[in-house]
Design a protein around this ligand. Structure first.
Ligand code: FES
Length: 343
């Protein structure tokens, strides 16, 4: 029986009494095995490309580590796997950087996973009007205020902040209460819209440019990658559903330009999947047909107007307790600006 090994592009005769790791090392392949073949590090992991039926069942030690890392079935530990016939495999940990990634995953207890979640993508617009040279504190204060509220509201409605890029944030809902994923994302989106209304009131009183919030919410499968083993909440999310939520958020708003009413200071679009999950619970929804690219077929999306909604709430939701207090903030901003003007 033979093992064909990539990326080395090497085929070797295998001894069925030895593990795949022992066979590779015997043939001179420098296959990483940081824990010495004791099913403790996962650096010997291999992807079985062909011949998975020729791999013996997992040992209890391999099963334990595979469960801990949530490894897919076609990824095996070379130090634990013996074969009964031809196998083609890809070595997965090749260099020092791969070893570090594997160690990170071991600490985070995951190589990544797929979940179904409600995805909220939000981006703040209008800050290009801030004058960075003369009033950097406007930018700093306004953005600081916005991001603090965003974090608090996402947490309040049971979500987790994932990717953050410039003024665009991504939050995921439904880890704790999957049955309320969509409702929680919507509640958070509406509360965020309200917080921007209040932010704009304060900015208007201080004669500063107003900002606008664009939000898109979709529901679907998401690939999650842990970023920091010390902090399991630090995640990167990606996949087609994430792209779709981001696209929804980026759809151009026909009401853009000129003075905006309070209702126009935020714009919330939801996908058909989200709409179906809350149909009948939203009081003010407007169907729209939007083309993703100029010559494509239009897609049905829905604009949610910021009126009272009758969505079910999760146990941890306490809107009254964390309602923003615009007056306190206004005072704080005034104090802060006064402090700046002394320099
Ligand atoms: S060498 Fe460490 S798990 Fe296989």
């Amino acid at each position: 029986m033979r093992i064909t090994c990539y990326p080395d592009n090497l085929t070797l005769e295998a001894n069925p009494l030895l593990t795949v790791l022992e066979n590779l090392l015997k043939a001179g392949v420098r296959h990483v095995h940081a824990c010495g073949g004791n099913a403790a590090c996962s650096t010997c992991r291999i992807l079985i490309l062909e011949g998975s039926q020729n791999c013996r069942s997992m040992t209890p030690a391999e099963k334990k580590l595979a469960q801990r890392l949530d490894l897919p079935v076609h990824i095996r530990l070379a130090c634990q796997t013996r074969i009964t016939g031809d196998v083609t495999l890809q070595r997965l940990v090749i260099d020092k950087a791969d070893v570090e990634v594997a160690q990170h995953q071991l600490q985070a207890h995951s190589v990544g996973s797929q979940v179904t979640a409600a995805i909220l993508s939000a981006s703040l617009r209008g800050t290009a009007n801030f004058d960075e040279e003369n009033f950097p504190y406007d930018v700093v204060y306004t953005l600081g205020r916005y991001f603090a509220q965003m974090g608090a509201l996402v947490q309040q409605y049971g979500g987790v902040l994932a990717n953050q890029s410039g003024l665009r944030s991504l939050a995921l809902f439904g880890f704790k209460q999957p049955e309320l994923a969509v409702q929680q994302a919507l509640q958070a989106g509406l509360a965020l819209g309200q917080s921007v209304v209040e932010l704009n009131r304060c900015l208007r009183q201080l004669s500063y440019p107003q900002v606008k919030l664009a939000i898109g919410i979709h529901y679907g499968p998401v690939l999650l990658l842990p970023l920091d083993p010390q902090d399991p909440q630090r995640l990167s999310a990606f996949g087609k559903s994430v792209q779709f939520a981001t696209w929804l958020e980026s759809v151009e708003d026909v009401s853009q330009g000129g003075e905006q009413s309070e209702e126009q200071s935020s714009r919330l679009l939801i996908s058909a999947a989200v709409y179906r999950a809350v149909e009948g619970q939203l009081l003010q929804v407007e169907p729209l047909s939007v083309k993703p690219v100029p010559n494509a077929k239009p897609i049905r999306v829905y604009r949610v107007h910021p009126n009272p909604v009758s969505l079910p709430t999760g146990e941890e939701q306490a809107p009254e307790a964390t309602k923003p207090e615009p007056l306190g903030w206004l005072e704080a901003l005034r104090e802060w600006l006064q402090a700046w003007s002394r320099f």
